[in-house]
Design a protein around this ligand. Structure first.
Ligand SMILES: [Mn+2]
Length: 465
């Protein structure tokens, strides 16, 4: 059975029900996946409602209604099939749409999981889209949301673009005219909304000496090239607005700058995914910024606002999301300042800080990533934060760089191993991972992670990249 076969039988199953509950995750991928399924269900005339959870655990299982509706789990469920079983859910009333590692339980729940077919660079929204297309090929416009989910889950990061079936979805959207796939675009966040010099200065992958973390340096660099940085109305221009010649001039000069510092310039370019139907200079214009908007909604527990935007609301929901995005950024800036002024503690192979209960646990990962580029980038950063609902539990977020991954570092492996040893749980990706650990084991845990990272660097060269 191929992924398509699985999706086809899942579509048939879904279409056979009159009432469906979608249970999804509150991040960009979960919200985009939910919106794809909800929209496909609406179009098929099936009654449905949705529930968003931060993660699937015994507490949040209570939000899953005890009724006769068919339960569609999205971006979660594969690893928590024991919970579904404990709840007494029958195998004929559940379908799991996921891309996380499966933990089978006694009952064989029906599942569409790209991981089962060897596709690790695909998100739940991507899987949801393939199912939606099997429900009705007219759902091709939902490819935009699938791309947002994939990019939001960092599926395009390592290879500077989507690959495999996730990329096929982007190309399907391009043929249908709703996505513009730009090859060798500038690999930079904020190309639709940020003034170009700010956009360049905030980018740290690749790290460009004199430009990264240096807004004035970036501004002088662009002025030297003679690029028209403002419109006649004195508004700063964004990358998207530059002429093709100016874009080429900027990228070729950046390449020179990087090479003259002895660095590799290949990560300066990436494939990007634009949505030409959206208003200019809004975060809805490209997949990366759209994903941030959804993450902001989820992190401020307003996943439904994000879902409404995915399904076309450009009025009230969009204004509310813009507000959350500003708030989101302000709190992240505060966290960044806090980390930099308080300072991290350095161990031999990692650097870490505990921010107590000052910041919501949902943003510490992002703050950690931003802080890392201002600190020693050779050492992965680990940030701990108190769990608001459970002070006995500490949330851990770790971030590192592509370069460190190339040297053998795998944060997901380190955190999963170390947290399991203290009775916690972890997960994520090589470059960004998280865990929950009991508060009393914090110190031991940090030392253990340090040890594991040291071990990973030793085994470098075994070709596990
Ligand atoms: Mn996901």
């Amino acid at each position: 059975m191929s992924l398509c076969d699985d999706a086809r039988s899942a579509a048939r199953e879904i279409l056979s029900h009159d009432e469906v509950t979608v249970i999804s995750h509150i991040d960009a991928d979960g919200i985009a996946g939910e919106a794809i399924l909800a929209e496909a269900l609406s179009r098929a005339g099936i009654i449905h409602r949705s529930v968003f959870v931060r993660q699937l655990e015994p507490m949040t299982m209570r939000q899953v209604p005890e009724d006769s509706t068919f339960k569609l789990f999205c971006d979660l469920g594969a690893g928590q099939q024991n919970l579904l079983e404990e709840r007494g859910l029958r195998d004929d009333e559940v379908l799991i749409v996921d891309h996380h590692v499966s933990q089978p339980a006694g009952r064989a729940y029906q599942q569409v999981n790209c991981l089962d077919h060897g596709f690790s660079k695909m998100s739940a929204a991507g899987v949801a889209f393939i199912i939606a297309m099997e429900m009705d090929p007219g759902n091709v416009d939902l490819s935009r949301l699938a791309v947002v989910g994939n990019v939001g889950d960092m599926m395009a990061r390592e290879d500077c673009g989507l690959v495999g079936p996730a990329r096929d979805i982007a190309l399907q959207g391009a043929s249908a005219g709703c996505i513009e796939v730009v090859s060798r675009d500038l690999n930079c966040y904020g190309t639709s909304t940020r003034p170009l010099h700010v956009c360049l200065a905030y980018n740290d992958d690749p790290f460009i000496p004199g430009i990264t973390n240096n807004v004035n340096g970036a501004l002088r660099f662009l002025q030297r090239l003679g690029i028209e940085l403002q419109t006649p109305e004195k508004r700063w221009r964004v990358w998207e607005e530059l002429s093709p010649q100016d874009k080429r001039l900027v990228t070729s000069s950046l390449v020179q700058q990087i090479i003259s510092c002895g660095e590799r310039a290949d990560r300066l370019f990436s494939e990007s995914y634009l949505f030409p139907d959206e208003a200019a200079r809004t975060p809805l214009r490209n997949a990366q910024e759209f994903a941030t908007l959804l993450n902001a909604c989820g992190r401020w527990t307003r996943a439904f606002v994000g879902s409404s935007i995915c399904r076309g609301d450009r009025g009230g929901a969009y204004r509310e999301a813009e507000h959350m995005l500003n708030n989101h950024r302000a709190v992240i800036r505060e966290l960044l300042e806090y980390i930099l002024t308080t300072g991290v503690r350095e161990l031999s192979h990692i650097q870490w800080i505990h921010v107590g209960n000052r910041y919501p646990d949902t943003i510490v990962g992002i703050g950690a990533g931003m802080a890392l580029s201002r600190l020693n980038m050779e050492k992965p950063i680990l940030v701990m934060v108190e769990q608001p609902e459970d002070p006995g539990l500490t949330k851990v977020s770790m971030r590192t760089t592509e370069r460190a991954i190339g040297r053998g570092i795998d944060l997901q492996l380190a955190l999963t191993t170390a947290s399991a040893e203290v009775g916690g749980a972890g997960g994520g990706h090589r470059i960004a991972a998280g865990a929950f650990v009991p508060k009393e084991s914090e110190e031991h845990f940090v030392d253990r992670v340090n040890q594991l990272i040291a071990g990973q660097l030793c085994t470098e060269g075994q070709g596990n990249r």
